[in-house]
Ligand binder design. Sequence first.
Ligand code: ADP
Length: 613
Amino acid sequence: MKRAAEPGPGLRTLWALTWERGNGRRRLVVLGCLTSLLAPVFPLLQPLIVRDIVEGAGAERALLAPVLLLAAVTLSEAVFTGVQVYLLKRLAESTVVDTRQALIRRLLRLPVVEYDRRRLGDLISRLSTDTSLLRSVISNGVFDIISAVLLGAGSVVVLAFIDPLLLAVTLSSVLLAAVALWALMSSLRRISRTAQEHVGRMTAEFERALHGVRTIRVFDATEREYARVASRADDAYRAGLQLSRREAVVQPAVTTSIQIAIFMVLLVGGYRVSEGSMALGDLVAFLLYLFSVVLPLNQASRAITTVQVGLAAIDRSAEVLSIPTEQEAAEAARAAENASEARAALAGGRLRTAPAVITDDPGPHPLVEFRDVGFRYFGGPPVLSGTSFTVPRGSRTAVVGPSGGGKSTILALIARFYEPGSGTIRVDGQDIREMSHESLRARLSMVEQDAPVFAGSLRENLRLGAPDASEDALRSALRDVELGALLDHPDGLDRDLGDAGVVLSGGQRQRLAWARALLHDHELLLLDEPTSSVDAETEWSLQRLLSSCGIGTTTVMVAHRLATVVDSDQIIVLDGGGVAAVGTHESLLRDSPLYRTLAAYQGLVDDRTDPVR
Ligand code: ADP
């Protein structure tokens, strides 16, 4: 929880969000500041006019002019406040939408490892809860404080003119209130940041619980899951309580010191009026100005709470906005590498002007090559070490091996979701670190094991990687993967798959993913257990499909069921973080004891030597 104690960049970020990021908003910021500067003018004028009225009434002077003036000032204040509220709300809404979009943009572009490291629900709560808090900072926080401070300062100046001695008497107790408020302010932000972190954690854990609600039900674990998520709510409650305890001390302190100030004015002022050393109008005006000092104090204490809570939320949004995107992280890594190469070259007595081009063996390159690749996930044990293999162009390669052996990791590394810790991965002879993520991925298609369905229509789901595919192409892709039945629905391709009521089976989702992958132009098709959710018959149809559509494409398929890969051109057997054997089904049955064991377990060989096929 160390971060929570650090002062965040709050106000600076607020400035960046409202001013620097929004050209179109600057007019609103300027107008907002102007109105906040002008707002105190009305309450500063009113007591002066009231004094004239009181004094005039005492002296039996004509009252019409000051009364009309008071009415005009009061009415203008109402109109002015209306305009100000609209301007500030508009500024707030515009900043919130912009910040939300910036967060969405960044949250979709983070390096994949960041999604492993962070809790998704927490990232989502930053987008929803935290940006709502940002809204209130702008619409009724910062500008209220500006107005309150100006009104308070202006009133003190006028009070000094009316009666400096009386002012000195009252100011001492008002100062007490100000000090108490200051004390509250300093701890508020830290505590509310902690509270928001607890809320983020609660959202994240709740999301997981909802995700696994069926398992929870079957295992009769609802109560335990409730207790876990509810305890996060308790954490937030405790932080809230800590805040309340402070407020419980500070708010009465503020109110009491304000009351004391008013009593003193009435006592001393009343005495002086009765004595004849002070005009009644002056006392009335003095009291009204005093309200202008103390009421803003109360208002400011609320505004300060809003601002401090909001600034803590802004800190959390800013934290996300400062995580480098995948592209920025790659560029920074490249720059650091170049710098260290230059340093090494200098140390070696020569300065290279351009990074050396690592030349490959001449001749045609394999489409994919792993050379001595070592990899571990963030904070985890090594998953791959010294892994080397090649995937010839046009081949169908399968990756098999015990579960947890790093098969899916190999696909993730080819797609450059993660950077290898050591060794190199080349695609078409080029180190993928020297390619942009986009240019690498433009050559790939992928079917994930847990094939996702996205919000939107069937058409949009299919066109994810092929925005220009024709309607005919979409229909024939659906038929190819035996999802033609989906077209029988009255809405056809327009059917909204994001609708709560539309539930595709695991097998349908997987086949939808095949269709999506086939529609996307690619040289290399990465398949992560693409048949884990389909029946044996559909499994065969995928094999047929890959043989017919996949001509010329290279495929790397992770497979648990060996029956799906027996026809592959090469099978890579992974074990203990490295490549245990490479070959065809037949050669592996002959040469690889591990493969033979796996095949025997899956009933592909009668005993451990004779192939069934
Ligand atoms: P396989 O596909 O062979 O079953 P994986 O490549 O999925 O194996 O996983 C290899 C190892 O890496 C496993 O021990 C797994 O727990 C770990 N692992 C996989 N994905 C992640 C991740 N995103 N973060 C941390 N560890 C992971």
